[in-house]
Ligand binder design. Structure first.
Ligand code: ATP
Length: 503
């Protein structure tokens, strides 16, 4: 698993998808830059989400609110007082950890053990699997699961009650060690606020303390009345937004899974009080279907319903994805009640209510939100698509089998030789298709090498121009996945590409 993850990271860098930020200065921890291919893939993911949310839903509109906001917003939202992670240091290694993540990782290992028992039993099943063995396996799996559940429940309870001493005892009881050094010498657990502070204004004494937003959602809440009045939407209606968010994460060791600067795609759906759980269930299903439509495999997704609810929620679930390091949160769906709008009413003194003509009353709407990390989605799509294939002739190829609609480059135009009118014809095709698709032209290296480079960045089509093309205006088009080549008239290219790459 670790090897797979390493391959993902090095492939992302080698092929211009993701670079460590400020690399020539040795990088900046947990901050990354998207390269030429990464920027395209990221934009396509944004479009895929925006289309599904804003364009296809008559009652959802977009928003692009500022990163800097009035500081009282973060007081109202609870971020100043409660946006903390429990932090623990190892006294020997001087390394810092998130206490809850240490416990959760321990529980994930119990889950792995249970899965291994199941796999072992399944293997034996084919041979002579007697009832006795089945029962032993079953008992063990049930024990692992029960232990995991008890630990997680205790963790959740101590975290909600801010009983950090209990989190520390849990870590000691489970004999959890620093994963790198094995040391079990821990400090006490303390809270650490994740917001980045900054200053507004020039002179030191008149400057105002601000925060970089840790989520995009608050920009939507504070604009609720503006958007509702100007869009004239009745409830239920939604506001969607894509934008940067910043968190001073304690543990940031998983590439773009946990970054300090990242991008969120959030949608807040405003509904009448009392109907929120119905909409919550509906959005859970809709969002899962959206993921499945990407075709990365149903087995890679699961719901995780929360037992520990945040202070603002009355129901919450994650859509977890099977990343190279295991199942982890990709998207959150939360029923946030009227917590945020009511809090902003209180702190701003402005009414954030809706007059419901059917109920003939004013009320603060309830909110169901769907919140996905764009970078996590990128990692999910990228890591699942990266494949090493052994071909029929025994050779290997690396292929990034991205859904064609998401591929950074839709087609590569490859003149076989730099002579006999081939480059000119290639340029003509390029100029003809460039308004519709992101395409590139490549004339360096052997054709085999060029194919391999396009496979590695996920280009669905390679179009080769040879001597015959100059005569009869036909070209070969090679499919990334089947590697089959077909001779087609130039004039058919647009249609062939379009059929495969449109959303
Ligand atoms: P986690 O438990 O993994 O820290 P979270 O529950 O704090 O995540 P939310 O506050 O619900 O996350 O944010 C919504 C989404 O934003 C998450 O599902 C995730 O995809 C994304 N996200 C959150 N924090 C980060 C981060 N540091 N880097 C990248 N994406 C993130």
């Amino acid at each position: 698993q670790e090897d797979v993850f390493k391959k993902v990271i090095s492939h992302a860098k080698e092929y211009g998808f993701i670079f460590p930020s400020s690399e020539i200065y040795d990088g900046l921890s947990a901050v990354y830059d998207y390269g030429q291919n990464g920027a395209e893939l990221k934009n396509n993911l944004k479009q895929y989400w925006w289309k599904a949310m804003v364009q296809l839903n008559e009652n959802i509109v977009g928003l692009d609110s500022a990163i800097l906001m009035h500081p009282t917003i973060w007081k109202a939202s609870g971020h100043v007082d409660a946006f903390n992670d429990p932090l623990i240091d190892n006294k020997d290694s001087k390394k810092r950890f998130r206490a809850d993540v240490l416990v959760e990782d321990f529980c994930a290992k119990l889950e792995d053990k249970a899965q291994k028992e199941i796999d072992k039993a399944a293997k034996r099943f084919g041979d002579a699997f007697d009832k006795n063995e089945f029962e032993t396996t079953n008992t063990r799996v049930v024990e692992y699961r029960a232990r995991q559940k008890t630990i997680l429940e205790r963790l959740a309870k101590s975290l909600t009650e801010e009983n950090l001493a209990d989190v520390k005892s849990l870590i000691e009881e489970l004999e959890i060690a620093d994963p790198d050094t094995g040391s079990k010498n821990w400090t006490d657990v303390r809270q650490f606020n994740l917001m980045f502070g900054t200053k507004l204004g020039a002179s030191a004494d008149s400057a105002t303390d601000l925060y970089l937003r840790p989520e995009t959602a608050q920009g939507i809440f504070v604009n609720f009345a503006n958007v509702q009045k100007t869009s004239r939407h009745k409830l239920p209606f939604g506001i969607a937004q894509i934008g940067k968010a910043f968190r001073n994460e304690i543990v940031a060791r998983q590439f773009i899974f946990r970054m300090r600067e990242f991008e969120q795609m959030e949608m807040q759906y405003f509904v009448p009080p009392g109907t929120e759980l119905e909409f919550y269930e509906a959005w859970k299903e809709k969002r899962m279907n959206w993921h499945l439509a990407l075709g990365l495999g149903e087995e890679n997704y699961k719901f995780h319903d929360h037992e520990k609810l945040a202070h603002y929620a009355n129901a919450a679930a994650d859509i977890e994805f099977k990343f190279p390091f295991g199942f982890k949160e990709l998207e959150g769906i939360h029923s946030r009640t009227d917590f945020d709008l009511s809090a902003h009413e209180k702190h701003s003194g402005r009414k954030l209510q809706y007059f419901d003509p059917e109920r003939n009353e004013n009320y603060v709407p309830y909110v169901v939100e769907t919140s996905i990390g764009l970078d996590r989605l990128f990692l999910a799509v990228f890591s699942t698509s990266l494949k090493e294939e052994v071909l029929e002739d025994g050779t290997e190829r690396t292929v990034l089998s991205l859904p064609p609609a998401l591929a950074p480059v839709k087609a590569a135009i490859l003149p076989l030789m730099k002579k006999d009118g081939m480059p000119e014809l290639a340029e003509k095709i390029f100029n003809d298709l460039k308004y519709d698709f992101n395409i590139i032209m490549e004339d360096k290296d052997s054709i085999g090498k060029r194919y391999r480079r396009q496979d590695a960045i996920g280009t669905p089509f390679c179009i080769t121009i040879d001597q015959d093309s100059v005569q009869d205006f036909t070209v070969t088009i090679r499919d990334r996945d089947t590697m089959k080549q077909e001779r087609v008239p130039m004039e058919n290219l647009r249609k062939i590409i379009d059929e495969k790459v449109s959303f």
